[in-house]
Design a protein around this ligand. Sequence first.
Ligand SMILES: Cc1cc2nc3c(=O)[nH]c(=O)nc-3n(C[C@H](O)[C@H](O)[C@H](O)COP(=O)(O)OP(=O)(O)OC[C@H]3O[C@@H](n4cnc5c(N)ncnc54)[C@H](O)[C@@H]3O)c2cc1C
Length: 382
Amino acid sequence: MDFSITDEQRMLRDSIVKFAQGELNDNVIERDRDHVFSHELWRKCAQIGIQGLPVAEEYGGIGADALTCAMALEALGYGCRDGGLVFSLCAHLLACVVPMWRHGNEAQKARYLRGLCDGSLVGAHAITEPGSGSDTFAMRTRAERSGAGWRIHGTKTFISNAPVADVAIVFAVTDPAKGFHGGITAFVVDRDMPGFTRGQKMEKLGLRTSQIGELVLEDVIVPEDAVLGSVGGGAAVFSTAMDWERVLLVAAHLGTMQRLLETSVTYARTRTQFGQQIGKFQAVAHKISDMKVQLEAGRLLVYQSAWRLEHARSAALDASIAKLFVSESLVKTALDTVQLHGGYGFMVEFEVERALRDAIGATIYSGTSEMQRSIIARWLGL
Ligand SMILES: Cc1cc2nc3c(=O)[nH]c(=O)nc-3n(C[C@H](O)[C@H](O)[C@H](O)COP(=O)(O)OP(=O)(O)OC[C@H]3O[C@@H](n4cnc5c(N)ncnc54)[C@H](O)[C@@H]3O)c2cc1C
């Protein structure tokens, strides 16, 4: 494994940082307060290739390998202080675009990928339901054969981008007797299909510029070519989405951690109490040292996992380890950043309370920390 950065990767990383710092951070406090998703910023991000990072150029992407994607998303997380926007982009890219690119047939790719990459479409990935989160196979959404296609019925919840989504990958049970492997199918459902509604929008603790909500399917009839992958092959589509999301979403978190580290160092060097910089107090300095250690360790885990996404038979174990470590490190880094900013850290204006609110979801979405530990334990034969 060679993680030395090529000139191309450095140029991509630098250009994304510059773009994000210059174009994506205006009015972020107000947008967060008002829960505003910006279609304008979405389109700007598409212009520099974020939504199509790994997708081949023939479908409108820029054809970056997974490690380069990790570096690019890390740069985005570093330069963009709008955590919700970064999260929305990652949900779209990693859980909708990537499975479409990896499992879609030529007709599906021709129909959706270009729009998903060029910023004209917003994508979502819908598996969670009111009664089934970690226990995905408890899902009640059913798809039954109907004429030449399928009839889908059910409700999905906590779906990132749902209120603004144009297309969603929706998972439904097609053969209850077969269980998760063989019994679930992924469908591509368009916003305009009769019976498909974007349901109720939800308010949340953090990541407020990313919209989240329900998707309701009331006897939605989809054609046979709405099946993504194969009938009964939903688990494979879900695994692809989770492997990429667990590795590359936390790559963006590394960028946030780097920014919080730099903010903390600057504050610890400039804020004085008891006649000296607070960074001279061991209790403060050690917090910052731990941030640095977690960032460097997290980066190695993410880069290694990203490399394995394309070079190993399975990256699932690496993905769970990286997701668990970086998400928990992000929460700790954000909490420590607030703590060492004292009262100022608690104030909206300083923008570290938002980083903490944005961080909290990281140990829940894309599989909770408890589920990542269980996956790791299973790989160890427990
Ligand atoms: C910001 C955000 C964005 C999201 N985006 C999407 C999206 O785009 N698409 C989508 O489909 N879903 C999305 N989700 C849903 C997310 O995947 C689920 O919330 C998550 O999988 C947990 O499911 P749950 O909320 O039902 O919690 P539950 O599964 O009910 O878990 C509750 C608690 O019990 C623990 N627990 C459950 N089972 C076990 C077990 N076997 N062993 C140990 N502990 C266990 C959990 O770890 C958790 O602490 C999103 C969630 C959030 C917060």
